[in-house]
Design a protein around this ligand. Structure first.
Ligand SMILES: [Zn+2]
Length: 427
């Protein structure tokens, strides 16, 4: 028999642990599922005589509902949908909902489309929010950022987002170090499942500057589940079976990801501290060639955040910038997966002044001279002009560090002078 006092204590403990347990259980792993587009924004679409019109907004909803049903069966998960019907929630609403619900993961599902009519592009790719590095030109962002479908609040929010303002940069850098690595992990798991389970073609995990991911305060990914203008893909993503397979792959990825998160939370491993940033910046050298490519040239194989640097008449194309070893390794893998088999990682000392020579900005290269009334000439009347092998090169400014040159490039972008190239001139 238990003495009354001891019994009381015991009873108290029982209630204490009972309620603790209840509290503990209430914190479920919260996932926001975002079916891209909706309502009047039908997204990417294509008509086929045998399968009819394949519309992105229907495919994304089909996949998200199937995925949600699977997740809801598991009581560890709490699922929040940005939409469950054919309607258009604004991008701000989608982000706000995710942030307000303190979600652990944000998954946006989309359908790809390539500009060419007869699509050779095929397969899946997953995007994570990339940091603002270079050429963060909102105008050239792809269809997912289509301004037509931004509502008034979206426009206000994104108008106040100035990619070159120090505040935005700091906010993005914090966001980068905090969520980029986790986003890359979940993105990698999704693509791995597509390849291994569904035998799909993967175009890898890529960094991109997308409105719907930018302001999220949690690991976030945007999955392009296939190309609407590729017949095989279009057929696959529009069938129940295809959508179910895609949903299952994403489900598997979420389960594996949660296991990793749980392991980190429950058994912090002292021998593996959080990754420390490296002293140097790392960029992936994709290729070196005399040809000057602009941003969306197919030769760059769809990679964004490319920094071309001209040296001795050759253009060196660098992908991504990071001072984290794990992100560097992922960037190198992305480059190789995209077809740059000889890509290598190059280290840059931040803010290093050139011992001799300088950086300049190649603003224009072409067979014709620039018209004195052109926007470029009016904005930058003091450019240096050289002619080599019948091509006119216009360059602007002299800078001791690469960072100064990159900043100038951004200022030029704000003045609507795009596709400039940094040139390194060693004397
Ligand atoms: Zn989309």
């Amino acid at each position: 028999m238990i003495r009354p006092t001891l019994y009381k204590k015991f009873f108290f403990l029982l209630i204490f642990f009972g309620s603790f347990n209840l509290l503990y259980c209430q914190k479920k792993f919260t996932i926001v599922l975002d079916a891209g587009h909706g309502g009047s924004d039908i997204g990417a679409n294509r008509y086929y005589s045998d399968i009819g019109t394949v519309m992105e907004k229907n495919v994304t909803l089909g996949i998200v509902l199937k995925l949600g049903r699977m997740l809801e069966k598991n009581k560890d998960y709490k699922v929040i949908y940005t939409r469950k019907i054919d309607e258009y929630p604004s991008l701000t609403y989608r982000t706000d909902l995710a942030n307000r619900s303190k979600a652990d993961l944000f998954i946006s599902v989309h359908v790809n489309s390539s500009p060419s009519k007869s699509a050779t592009a095929q397969g899946t790719e997953t995007f994570v929010q990339g940091p603002n590095q270079n050429k963060a030109n909102l105008d050239v962002a792809k269809a997912e950022n289509d301004v037509i479908f931004l509502d008034e609040r979206d426009k206000e929010n994104f108008a106040s987002y100035n990619p070159s303002s120090p505040e935005s940069l700091i906010a993005l850098k914090i966001q980068q170090s905090k969520y980029l690595q986790a986003s890359l992990i979940i993105g990698g798991l999704v693509e791995e499942n597509f390849v291994k389970k569904d035998k799909r073609l993967s175009r890898g995990v890529k960094q991109e500057n997308l409105h719907v991911l930018r302001m999220n305060a949690m690991p976030s990914i945007l999955i392009e589940t296939g190309f609407v203008n590729n017949y095989e893909d279009a057929h696959y993503i529009s069938t129940e079976e295809g959508q179910q397979s895609i949903a299952e792959s994403i489900y598997n990825a979420i389960t594996s990801y949660k296991k990793l998160v749980d392991r980190n939370v429950k058994e912090p491993e002292p021998e593996k501290p959080a990754e420390q940033p490296l002293k140097n910046d790392f960029r992936i050298l994709l290729m070196s060639t005399p040809t000057r490519y602009t941003e969306n040239d197919p030769a760059l194989k769809g990679l964004k955040y490319i920094l071309p640097i001209k040296e001795n008449g050759n253009y060196k194309y660098y992908y991504g910038t990071t001072n984290y070893a794990s992100v560097r390794d992922n960037n190198l893998k992305t480059a190789k997966d995209s077809g740059f088999r000889n890509a290598i990682s190059i280290s840059f000392v931040p803010n290093q002044s050139l011992a001799s020579g300088y950086y300049t900005i190649e603003v224009y290269a072409g067979k014709d001279k620039l018209d004195s009334k052109s926007h470029i000439m009016k904005t930058l009347p003091n450019m240096e002009r050289n002619k080599e092998n019948g091509v006119f090169y216009y360059t602007y400014g002299k800078y001791k560090t690469l960072e100064e040159a990159v900043n100038t490039q951004k200022e030029l972008e704000n003045k609507n002078i795009i596709n400039t190239v940094i040139e390194k001139r060693i004397k």
